[in-house]
Design a binder for this molecule. Structure first.
Ligand SMILES: *[C@@H]1O[C@H](CO)[C@@H](O)[C@H](O)[C@H]1NC(C)=O
Ligand SMILES: *[C@@H]1O[C@H](CO)[C@@H](O)[C@H](O)[C@H]1NC(C)=O
Length: 420
């Protein structure tokens, strides 16, 4: 009797040990905090690593953990938007039967300034069934793993949550690539593995920054191809488009993040933000979009005034200040070098959160300076439906590039019609 109770007890302990993997918030998890002196390490240097239980990416179900062999997390050194040292985390997912010479940087649309919305954490949570956004991204990641390609999913805002700070996001992805390519002893990923990048929306902002910074910031890296869709080329255009909708939480997030990154924005916000509303403004800024509780956001949006930045500040034309203008201009995509790798760019003509015209201008600009872009503009899709619909065509693009299939030089544009 005692014996069987003991057996059951030990079985229970094992079960708990394997399945009840408790996830610690990045803001309280010491793994995210680099040791003193990390600033002296070169960008991309691995500072710390850990292995997660293979069933820990709960958001990737149902094919997880069948698909997954090992999950690693690496803390590495990178640089923020002011070129100051900062550490960030990338999650490297190795599927069963992996080709350890192929890795895809998958940038999720974190779209929040809270450190606790970092994908290294949120993808360990059970999927919120209402969150179509994270479901679509998980679907894409499962499709990548099904190909036998490894995934690196980078916290490109760093644990400081620098959302919308283009250089931060680009540096973090490029240094994340450096980190995974130097991880062979731990992960067996080949140091000369073929690398490609994929990102949509907020993930495309980070990925396009990585693409346009690669030649200057990480010239030794060879990135074979990049897929970017629904690119928020001009953040100001997005603020104007999402005004009055539930997506407007992103305006709060970007502003709070600019405040944390740029001292002059911090002083500016201190002069214009109504002090009695600061706590509420920060609360909204810290909503997660990724695996977040959309229900919470719905509650807030019911009071549409709560989501109108203009009611939080003493000047309704707060976007018009030269300080804000300058940073919005710096963070616009297309100001840096033209990316040299083949690009698949896709966008919905009727996109309700990013300016289609700005994406078209970016395409034209990059093409006029020697880029190789396959451009697909969609007549029917919305921002969210194109995220889902484009999956198979992105996988085909990545596959052809990995296979080194012949490509036409220059730029080519097609029109698609994904009915929703
Ligand atoms: C693995 O990837 C490398 C690099 O893309 C490629 O050369 C090789 O053929 C792939 N191996 C298999 C078995 O597909
Ligand atoms: C941003 O948009 C506002 C309109 O809401 C406009 O007045 C302002 O000039 C724009 N700023 C930039 C940098 O484009």
């Amino acid at each position: 009797m005692y014996r069987s109770v003991l057996v059951i007890f030990f079985f229970y302990l094992t079960w708990v040990g394997v399945f009840a993997h408790s996830v610690q918030l990045p803001s309280t998890d010491p793994f995210y905090v680099p040791e003193a002196g990390f600033e002296n390490e070169p960008p991309g240097k691995i500072l710390r690593s850990r292995i997660l239980p293979k069933n820990s990416l709960a958001s990737l179900s149902p094919s997880n953990p069948k698909n997954i062999r090992t999950i690693y997390q690496l803390l590495y050194r990178t640089n923020d938007g002011l070129n100051l040292p900062v550490a960030s985390v990338t999650t490297l997912i190795i599927p069963e039967g992996a080709n350890l010479s192929r890795v895809v940087s998958f940038a999720t649309a974190e779209d929040s300034t809270s450190p606790d919305c970092a994908p290294s954490y949120t993808f360990q949570l059970e999927m919120n069934p209402k969150n179509v956004w994270a479901q679509s991204e998980a679907l894409h990641m499962n499709a990548i793993l099904d190909q036998g390609w490894c995934i690196m999913m980078t916290d490109y805002e760093s644990p400081k949550g620098f959302f919308g700070v283009g250089a931060m996001e680009g540096h973090a992805i490029l240094d994340g690539i450096r980190a995974v390519l130097s991880s062979e002893k731990l992960t067996r990923l080949r140091p000369n593995a073929d690398v490609q990048m994929w990102g949509y929306s907020g993930g495309a902002l980070a990925t396009s920054w990585a693409a346009q910074l690669q030649a200057s910031y990480a010239p030794e890296l060879i990135i074979l191809g990049t897929a970017i869709g629904g690119i928020p080329v001009d953040q100001n255009a997005t603020f104007n488009l999402i005004q009055g909708s539930v997506w407007n939480v992103m305006t709060f997030s970007v502003f709070h993040s600019y405040e944390k990154q740029y001292p002059d924005v911090a002083s500016y916000m201190n002069t214009i933000l109504r002090p009695e509303l600061r706590a509420k403004y920060e609360h909204i800024s810290n909503f997660c979009l990724s695996t977040a509780d959309l229900a919470t956001i719905d509650t807030v949006s019911a009071h549409s005034q709560a989501l109108d930045m203009r009611t939080y500040v003493t000047r309704p034309d707060y976007l018009n200040d030269p300080i804000v203008k300058r940073h919005l201009e710096t963070n616009r995509v297309g100001q840096m070098d033209t990316p040299i790798m083949p690009i698949y760019m896709f966008v919905a003509e009727k996109d309700e959160t990013v300016s289609y015209k700005d994406v078209l201008n970016l395409y034209t600009k990059w093409c006029s300076s020697g880029a190789n872009i396959q451009f697909a503009k969609d007549r029917s899709a919305t921002h969210t439906s194109l995220l889902r619909a484009a999956g198979p065509s992105v996988i085909r693009f990545l596959e052809r590039v990995f296979d080194k299939a012949d490509r036409d030089a220059g730029c080519h544009s097609i029109t698609t019609d994904f009915t929703v």
